[in-house]
Design a protein around this ligand. Structure first.
Ligand code: SF4
Ligand code: SF4
Length: 289
């Protein structure tokens, strides 16, 4: 079983649009959506939830007012400002570090389980999908991302699937780092914009650091061909293969508005380029040990 992670270094590069089409083109796979803050792959895949599970993140501190002597020690040691003057701990601000729990002289602070989201296994017309949603205002520490990765891998093993295709979180923080573990190939989707090269450098620094093989796809490459040349030159210098150049076409916007994967909704140059992209990515995955 081979695992592909699609990432972008920042939101809005068309990553999920491309991922939605790869979900159509790849056969014999399990899909995973690790964008747990703003999951939108399901908008394209219209999954039907088959299993729903609660997700508990880091434990949160709670003060027992019956035991508390109001000595102020916890207020002093909490570096996250989670404890109010009247000794109430706001679960949204508590980072679960346990320092107050250890420092309280009368053992008035306990650590309790905190439900911070849900994860799901769904069926879709394009195959099974593992996805998740954090609760409102819950922080994405990467734990839920790791869980989605783990569950998608387990499901693929159970079904004997050949690939796991994962839509990664945006950015370069903890959630992306969590999504990179044990990946066979990272497909980085970028755009020829002013910030595009900088974003690509940052995400490639991460894949290099974690020794994950990476390839690049330039979305809307024909909107600024000078910038695309810069991206290609940079990749050549770093010996990173550019596996796809997707042209800007209205057919893509129309497909997004209709909530459909472009390769299914509207044949044309953009859809053709995505078909070629999958052919190259599939070849690289199949050739991995
Ligand atoms: S350290 Fe314990 S006893 Fe002191 S104020 Fe905090 S909860 Fe109360
Ligand atoms: S567990 Fe850590 S973050 Fe939470 S209230 Fe205690 S000291 Fe503050």
């Amino acid at each position: 079983m081979k695992e592909l992670l699609v990432i972008s270094g920042k939101g809005g590069t068309g990553k999920t649009t491309i991922m939605g089409s790869l979900a159509v083109l790849a056969k014999d796979k399990v899909l995973a959506d690790c964008d747990v803050d703003a999951a939108d792959l399901h908008l394209l895949l219209e999954p039907k939830i088959e299993e729903s599970h609660e997700f508990y993140g880091l434990d949160k501190a709670v003060i027992d007012p019956e035991l508390c002597t109001q000595c102020g020690k916890c207020l002093e040691v909490c570096r996250f400002g989670a404890i109010s003057e009247d000794y109430y701990i706001d679960p949204m601000d508590c980072e679960g570090c346990r320092v107050c729990h250890y420092m309280c002289p009368v053992e008035a602070i306990s650590m309790v389980k905190h439900r911070s989201g849900h994860w799901y296994i769904s069926s879709s017309n394009y195959g099974p999908l593992v996805h998740a949603a954090l609760g409102i205002a819950e922080e994405n520490s990467g734990l839920l991302v790791s869980l989605v990765r783990q569950k998608s891998r387990e499901l693929a093993e159970e079904l004997g699937a050949r690939y796991v295709l994962t839509d990664g979180p945006p950015g370069v923080g903890c959630p992306v780092i969590a999504s990179l573990a044990d990946i066979d190939l990272a497909l980085i989707v970028t755009e020829p914009t002013v910030a595009g090269l900088h974003d690509l450098e940052r995400v490639l620094a991460l894949t290099e650091h974690f020794q994950v093989p990476a390839v690049v796809c330039v979305n809307k490459y024909d909107l600024a061909e000078g910038k695309t040349d810069e991206l290609e030159d940079y990749c050549r210098e770093k010996e990173i293969e550019v596996v796809g150049l997707i042209p800007f076409r209205q057919e893509v916007n129309r497909a997004v508005i209709q909530g459909k994967p472009v390769v299914e909704y509207s044949p044309g140059p953009a859809a053709d380029a995505i078909v070629d992209l999958w052919g190259r990515v599939k070849g690289l995955l199949d050739n991995r040990e």
